[in-house]
Write a protein that binds this ligand. Sequence first.
Ligand SMILES: [Zn+2]
Length: 67
Amino acid sequence: MVKCPFCGYESDISGFKLLRNPWKFRFYEVKILECPKCHNIFNYYYGVSPRGKKSEFVIRVRPRSRR
Ligand SMILES: [Zn+2]
């Protein structure tokens, strides 16, 4: 399950819109997702550390400032 850090909406990852192809950050796979409810955007990190510990977390993405 993935939880939106803005509104708390929870869904399977397929319930969120993938905005870009996933990329690798160290041992993580990073996905940039858009919440279908509040339309905010966040990064979803998922990976297994070299010690075999499963790790996942989300990071809010600040909207780009408009000029
Ligand atoms: Zn949301």
